[in-house]
Design a protein around this ligand. Structure first.
Ligand code: MLT
Ligand code: MN
Ligand code: ZN
Length: 306
């Protein structure tokens, strides 16, 4: 059975974030808040439940693997269900986990665009550093509509769609994004006809993104911020959502505006949810608005059959 599994549904920092005392983080620590903790952004995809494509390698990847026995099938003395990793961008919440996967005997197959690989090398020195351990084996992540070449995924087709967002703060291209800095994924199982669109970092709904959202029967899209100035309003940071490449849920052209236009049959999920987001509190007005639009919050452990 083909499955798409959410390992971590929070944005960078996780929920609660180690150094944050915003109402959400402090409330969760104190107990009594109607909200679930979440680890940082990562999902996994498998056609057979044995070999997995890890989509984003979060700083909590080891914890996520421990909590997901299917990712550790133990077919040999040294073995992992993680057959390969795919990166949707070079952000630290999606790439720091590569350091934790260094103990392989053979290079780790890594699907990523040249833009993401370049930022990883120049900004973080990761590919060179990991070359002193198991190493990385870069694989093409085409942007022309072609599916990735991943025989271990059986019939599943995974296609990258370039998105308008922002590369990481350490990228020389922060503020002047290039095609290929951030992608979404269209995942299709031709055997069942199921189609999923995954886009945790999405700054703008352009025509190809809207087409992908209409194509899919399940969408998991950017749930980082409720409002454009959420971090500023809470006194957490001076950054606006748009500067960070994230489309907020509220507002005339916000994510909810788009999600409301999808058919009721489409499964609608927010993912990559920042700890500052009021939707995390299940008794908040914002959460009620989300539910009224037929949208749910992805959670760690969520499984979607494809
Ligand atoms: C983002 O998605 O904007 C980043 O993960 C933020 C961060 O690295 O803290
Ligand atoms: Mn992120
Ligand atoms: Zn917080």
């Amino acid at each position: 059975m083909a499955v798409f599994k959410v390992l971590g549904s929070a944005a960078g920092g996780g929920f609660p974030q180690w150094n944050c005392n915003c109402p959400n983080c402090a409330g969760l620590r104190a107990g009594g808040l109607r909200a679930a903790p979440r680890t940082q952004s990562s999902v996994a995809l498998s056609a057979d439940g044995q070999d997995w494509l890890l989509i984003n390698a979060s700083p909590e990847v080891l914890q996520q693997i421990r909590q997901t026995p299917a990712l550790q099938p133990a077919r040999a003395l040294r073995d992992s269900g993680v057959a390969a990793v795919l990166l949707i961008d070079a952000q630290i919440d999606h790439t720091a986990g590569l350091l934790m996967l260094r103990e392989r005997a053979t290079p780790l197959p890594l699907y990523a665009t040249p833009e993401v690989l370049g930022d990883l090398e120049q900004g973080l020195g990761l590919p060179r550093l990991l070359g002193h351990y198991g190493g990385l084996a870069p694989r093409a992540l085409p942007l022309d509509g072609g599916a990735i070449d991943a025989p271990f995924l059986g019939p599943l087709q995974v296609q990258a769609l370039p998105l308008h967002s922002q590369p990481p703060p350490f990228s020389p291209y922060r503020g002047r994004p290039r095609r290929g800095d951030t992608v979404g994924l269209k995942i299709h199982n031709p055997q069942t006809g199921r189609k999923l669109f995954y886009a945790p970092g999405l700054g703008r709904i352009d025509a190809p993104v809207w087409a992908a959202m209409q194509w899919a029967d399940t969408v998991l899209v950017d749930g980082t911020f409720w409002s454009e100035t959420e971090m500023i309003d809470l006194g957490l940071s001076g950054k606006r959502a748009a500067e960070m490449g994230h489309l907020p849920q509220s507002g005339a052209e916000g994510m909810l505006h788009w999600l409301r236009q999808l058919p009721p049959s489409t499964g609608k999920w927010l993912i990559h949810i920042n700890n500052s987001n009021p939707v995390l509190r299940e008794d908040s007005a914002e959460h009620a608005e989300l539910r009224a639009a037929g949208v749910a919050l992805a959670y760690d452990g969520l499984e979607i059959v494809l």
